[in-house]
Design a protein around this ligand. Structure first.
Ligand code: TUI
Length: 313
């Protein structure tokens, strides 16, 4: 399956790897790019020096294009954007906000800009401001989430803009990829499945918790703060639930969650840490290489399509 985004981004398959803070480092990004997708380094809350180091490392591991994901709530956004422009990174994806003010400089540097959008309104604004494509990310995703499901969001965004739309949230196999295309998407972004790849450097206990997860284990916490986060049920999510029931202040809730992602990813603290993962975690049951994942996703499409045609004709 070829799509218009393959030429746009210089990739073989229309698959982006989701930028997962603390998790998507140079190794994972380069492996995905080497396998024909678009690997993405996550800047998360890290300082610009870290991002620069990871970009340079990725360049030693692949000669294919890769991207950097910028989390717009980070205190280092401006410096990270400067590094991306200086290093002429092929693609930038953004999350958790509106990247409009950075678009002119990124375009000037020749970087393709692909914001994550949780709504039609932001998708339209991003198109007007010069974005090359958008990622319509449903609430099935792990990490910071919007309200709409992938099923409802993707076709509405596709109808509202003329630039390519990638679908994200709840996609981990060929059925999900084909469904995204049926909704009008030109590509997909996949996070949780790549988290369980051989090349992903996340703590092994974190990976194991994703492998063990069932369909209802990925829950949303901290809705009252305005920055809801989906992660696997544990002591931390129960703590969030208690605080929210008590009507605790945003400040108290945010303080409770501070440092929790690092604790899970780096230290493997799967009880007190934030084990961010999407709802599709229940279906991710084995560790494979990025190449196996991508090949499997693509080669499985024919069989899924035959099954669909068999049912509708
Ligand atoms: O950004 C993500 N996923 C993330 S970021 C992250 S790190 C973090 N940790 C704790 C609290 C918050 C963040 C972990 N996972 N996904 C992309 C995404 N972007 N989801 C939702 C949005 C979004 C929300 C609002 C994008 C734009 C937006 O715009 C609001 C506006 O200003 O119009």
């Amino acid at each position: 399956m070829k799509s218009n985004i393959c030429d746009l981004f210089g990739i073989k398959y229309p698959i982006f790897q989701g930028g997962m803070a603390w998790i998507s480092e140079a190794e994972l990004a380069a492996s995905v790019s080497n396998a024909g997708g678009l690997g993405i380094i996550a800047a998360g809350n890290a300082p610009a020096e870290y991002v620069e180091e990871q970009i340079k490392k990725a360049r030693t591991l692949t000669d294919k294009p890769f991207g950097v994901n910028v989390m717009l709530l980070s205190p280092f956004v401006s410096e990270v954007m400067e590094v991306i422009c200086r290093e002429k990174v092929a693609v930038v994806t953004t999350g958790a906000g509106n990247p409009a003010k950075y678009i002119p400089a990124l375009k000037e540097a020749g970087t393709k800009v692909v914001p994550v959008v949780p709504s039609v309104a932001l998708a339209k604004k991003m198109e007007k401001d010069g974005a090359d494509a958008v990622i319509a990310e449903g609430t099935e995703s792990g990490g910071h989430v919007g309200e709409l499901t992938t099923m409802a969001l993707v076709p509405q965004v596709v109808d509202a803009v003329s630039i390519p739309v990638l679908a994200a949230g709840g996609i981990a196999d060929s059925r999900g990829v084909l469904a995204a295309f049926a909704l009008g998407a030109s590509g997909v972004q996949i996070g949780t499945r790549f988290l369980c790849s051989t090349e992903c450097v996340v703590h092994p206990d974190y990976k194991q918790m994703v492998l063990d997860a069932k369909d209802r284990d990925a829950v949303v916490s901290a809705r009252s703060t305005g920055h809801p986060v989906r992660s696997l049920k544990n002591k931390l999510t129960r703590g969030f639930e208690k605080l929210e029931k008590e009507g605790a202040s945003t400040e108290k809730i945010e303080k409770f969650g501070a440092g929790a992602l690092r604790a899970a990813v780096v230290d493997g603290d799967t009880q007190n840490g934030s084990v961010m993962a999407g709802q599709i975690a229940g279906m991710v049951n084995e560790i494979s290489s990025c190449e196996e994942i991508i090949k499997g996703l693509m080669t499985g499409l024919d069989e899924v399509l035959d099954g669909v045609i068999g049912k509708v004709r």
